[in-house]
Design a protein around this ligand. Structure first.
Ligand code: 13P
Length: 246
C-alpha cells in the first residue's frame, strides 16, 4: 500500500521508517519525470504525532535515502542532530497550519506550469474536465524570494482554499492527504500545463469550457460524492462571480 497510506496500524517507529522511504521514492519519481533537476524541490510528510519529516536542504532530491531526511516539530524546530531541513520549510509549515486535514506537501519546479506562470497564462480557467471535477484550477501566487519567510506568507491565503498552486517564476506546491496524493496533483497540474502550452502554441490562445459545461462537470462531481477542495466551487483565487443576467 505504501506510500498511499503508510501509517495504518503501525508503531510510530514503523510509520517513520515508511515515510522516510516514501519521501526518497517520491523524490526519485519527481526527478525521473523531469519535475525537478539539480537540488530543486522539497517534500514533506506530517506524521500521526504531528511532527514533520522533510527533505534536507541543498541535496539532489532524486537520489535521497531514508536516513537523509530531516525531522522537525510542528513549529519547525529540529528534533535531532540529523540533516538540516529544507530552506523552504516555511511553505510546508504554513501549508500544515492552514490545512489540518492535509499530511503531505510537495514543492517542485514543473517546467510547463512554471513557464505558464511566467507568461502570465491563467491556470485557473476551466479547460480540462478531469481538472474541473477534481482540483478545479491552479491559482498563481505573487513572486516572493525563495528561502525567506516572505515565501511562506505569499502562499498563505491561497493554500487555505486550494490543494495546488504555482508560485510565480518559481515552482509549484501541492498538498495531499498523503504523499502519493500530493504527488498525483503535481503530476496532474504539469500534464495539464503541457496541454495548455501545446494549445497555446498551435493557436496562440485557448477558450475555456463554457459555463454550462463547467456546471455539468461540477454536478457530476457532486453526484460522484467528491468532496475534496475545488477552486471553482469555492472561487479560490478568482474574483467575485459574474453578475447574473436574469
Ligand atoms: P532546498 O534544497 O533548501 O529544499 O531548496 C530547494 C528549492 O527548490 C529552492 O526553491
Amino acid at each position: 500500500m505504501e506510500p498511499t497510506d503508510p501509517s495504518a496500524g503501525l508503531s510510530l517507529a514503523e510509520e517513520e521508517a515508511r515515510h522516510r522511504s516514501a519521501l526518497a521514492r517520491v523524490g526519485a519519481l519527481l526527478y525521473g519525470k523531469g519535475l525537478i533537476v539539480g537540488a530543486d524541490g522539497n517534500l514533506s510528510v506530517r506524521m500521526s504525532d504531528g511532527t514533520i519529516l522533510l527533505t534536507p536542504t541543498g541535496a539532489m532530491k532524486g537520489f535521497l535515502e531514508p536516513h537523509h531526511m530531516a525531522h522537525v516539530d510542528a513549529d519547525g524546530v529540529p528534533l535531532d542532530d540529523g540533516p538540516r531541513a529544507s530552506s523552504e520549510l516555511g511553505i510546508h509549515l504554513v501549508a500544515y497550519r492552514e490545512r489540518p486535514e492535509m499530511n503531505a506537501v510537495v514543492h517542485a519546479h514543473p517546467p510547463h506550469a512554471v513557464a505558464l506562470s511566467i507568461a502570465e497564462i491563467d491556470q485557473t480557467l476551466p479547460v480540462i474536465p478531469e481538472i474541473v471535477v477534481t482540483i478545479g484550477g491552479v491559482p498563481t501566487t505573487p513572486y516572493a524570494t525563495p528561502g525567506t519567510e516572505e515565501l511562506g506568507e505569499s502562499i498563505r491565503e491561497i493554500v487555505r482554499c486550494s490543494d495546488t498552486l504555482i508560485m510565480k517564476n518559481h515552482g509549484a506546491v501541492t498538498l495531499g492527504t498523503n504523499l502519493m496524493d500530493a504527488f498525483k496533483k503535481l503530476d496532474m497540474i504539469e500534464h495539464t500545463a503541457r496541454i495548455l502550452w501545446l494549445a497555446h502554441t498551435v493557436r496562440g490562445g485557448i477558450d475555456p469550457l463554457p459555463a454550462e459545461a463547467v456546471e455539468k462537470l461540477l454536478a457530476t462531481r457532486r453526484n460522484l460524492g467528491i468532496q475534496t477542495t475545488n477552486t471553482l466551487e469555492n472561487r479560490c483565487g478568482l474574483g467575485p462571480p459574474p453578475a447574473s443576467s436574469g
